[in-house]
Design a protein around this ligand. Structure first.
Ligand SMILES: *[C@@H]1O[C@H](CO)[C@@H](O)[C@H](O)[C@H]1NC(C)=O
Length: 115
């Protein structure tokens, strides 16, 4: 019973975190390959839906993605293709109605093979 209660709290807490941000994979010992701010203006009464595509030029695989909603809004972001384990990712983001989008997107990839 206690365990279920604890699990529920953890689930709620992590759900809250992912409401703002998209954080996947393991970025320890990975290399930050791309760090961009993606910004779109608000359009009154509209939700903005935009895509961001990243492709790793050296074909190195993505280890992790950290996308931070800098507006701390109810915007959401999903991976629609690729992602961790692939050398590309397509991200779909959707703003709150009447809000813009402002995400900082960091893409972490496996380091170069040093042999
Ligand atoms: C992401 O997926 C969730 C759950 O399917 C959905 O509620 C949300 O609107 C999606 N967001 C985007 C930007 O596609």
């Amino acid at each position: 019973m206690k365990t279920i209660f604890l699990l529920a709290i953890i689930a709620l807490a992590s759900w809250h975190v992912t409401a703002d941000h998209l954080v996947v994979g393991d970025v320890s010992s990975a290399e930050l390959a791309s760090n961009v701010d993606v910004q779109y203006n608000a359009i009154p009464f509209k939700k903005r839906v935009k895509y961001y595509f990243y492709s790793q030029p050296d074909n190195r695989k993505i280890r992790g993605i950290n996308a931070i909603d800098k507006l701390h809004s109810k915007a959401s972001m999903n991976i629609t293709a690729g992602g961790v384990g692939h050398s590309f990712v397509n991200l779909r983001m959707k703003s709150e109605r009447g809000s813009g989008l402002d995400y900082n997107i960091g893409i972490y990839v496996e380091p170069f093979n040093r042999y």
